[in-house]
Design a protein around this ligand. Structure first.
Ligand code: NCD
Length: 362
């Protein structure tokens, strides 16, 4: 039984395999096909707002011939009575064959996976990762441009609190892309991500202050919104929000073939006048979410087989220490029964086993 919690849970070969299966799933969407997951039940547990992720997973499961149960507001469940993630995981395992969870604590999906008896998929855990989003971000690039190796990809916007750019940057590094990070002051890519990119994947992205200085070099521009709901109280949303906006004038400086991606929802970082441009791929990208989620669901339910591949990343080496995670939004900080486990990233770097951030003394 396998879970999908972080992007490194899949090898490069498995990611490529998912792209092929997603192409086949497009055929099932268009003209029907075998009900690969008939009689299976997916539970979608959404403790945080969602449009695309929840509906596309539910649509994916229904198109596979399966059924869906779940909630989009945890206040209507026993969570409101104080039930832990671990206990909810055990209980839901009796009701469903696969769980998709989105949660406002970083690392919550891993806890769910540790305690559930069925496969768990991370649909986004606070600012940590969003690995299924990454799969169809990569699928869009692969389908319309080709192999990722050697491409120059700009990641722009809230690189600190945006979870999509964390899992995406690991995948791009692993697959051999070059990256440029463009973020407002205070919302730069977190140091723990930059350190991992360097130590685990030997990748050192450039950083740029102005999008107009680098846009002409990019094959792909991945725009993101400022995560207003996650900003600390002292940070002024209005000050950072208008800093990077892509409009026709800025696009005039970009290559004719540059692809614009965005995980959506957009707020005002992409002007509506850009939607009609051939380089705007974000709505197509979003539509690919269903076929890619059909593929990963069918694979984790065992309805289709993964290739016999060698993991690209060695399994993390975990140790228990009497320290706590520095991240106040980490699940370790909130669920008291959890062991304080850390991954040995290198001789000099330990990272929280749940959210990757660094340890501090208790
Ligand atoms: C993203 C998310 O939830 O992280 N949305 C999505 O799933 N496509 C991006 C965001 O909310 O900014």
């Amino acid at each position: 039984m396998r879970d999908f919690i972080v992007i490194d849970d899949l090898s490069d070969q498995e990611i490529e395999h998912i792209f092929h299966i997603a192409d086949d799933m497009a055929g099932i969407i268009d003209s029907g096909g075998p009900c690969l997951c008939r009689d299976k039940i997916m539970a979608t547990l959404f403790y945080e707002p969602s449009t695309r992720t929840r509906f596309s997973f539910e649509s994916a499961m229904i198109r596979l011939g399966g059924n869906v149960i779940g909630f989009a507001d945890s206040k209507t469940t026993s969570v409101a009575k104080g039930e832990t993630i671990a206990d909810t995981a055990r209980i839901i395992s009796d009701y469903a064959d696969i769980i998709v969870v989105r949660h406002p604590l970083a690392g919550a999906a891993k806890v769910m996976a540790d305690y559930a008896d069925v496969p768990v998929i991370n649909g986004g855990d606070d600012s940590h990762q969003h690995p299924t989003q990454t799969l169809y971000d990569l699928y869009t690039i692969h389908k319309h441009i080709g192999p990722i190796k050697g491409l120059k990809v700009g990641l722009c916007g809230d690189l600190k609190f945006g979870r999509t750019v964390h899992s995406l940057s690991y995948a791009l590094a692993r697959l051999g892309a070059e990256m440029v990070f463009v973020a407002p002051e205070g919302l730069e890519m977190p140091e723990y991500v930059v350190q991992r990119l360097k130590l685990k994947y030997k990748n050192e992205p450039e950083c740029a202050e102005r999008l107009e200085d680098v846009i002409g070099d990019l094959d792909v521009l991945y725009m993101t919104r400022i995560q207003k709901e996650r900003l600390p109280a002292e940070m002024d949303y209005e000050l950072v929000a208008g800093k990077y906006v892509i409009d026709k004038a800025l696009l005039a400086k970009a290559r004719e073939q540059m692809m614009i991606l965005h995980p959506l929802p957009r707020v005002d970082e992409i002007a509506y006048e850009v939607d009609g441009d051939e380089r705007a791929f974000y709505f197509r990208q979003s539509s690919y979410g269903v076929r890619v989620r059909m593929a990963i669901t069918a694979l984790l339910l065992g309805a289709l087989k993964m290739p016999n591949s060698v993991p690209t990343e060695p399994p993390p080496r975990l140790i228990s220490v009497s320290k706590r995670c520095v991240n106040p939004r980490c699940v370790m900080t909130h669920e008291t029964y959890l062991e304080h486990k850390f991954e040995v990233v290198s001789k000099l770097l330990l990272g929280c086993a749940y959210c990757e951030e660094e340890p501090v003394d208790v």
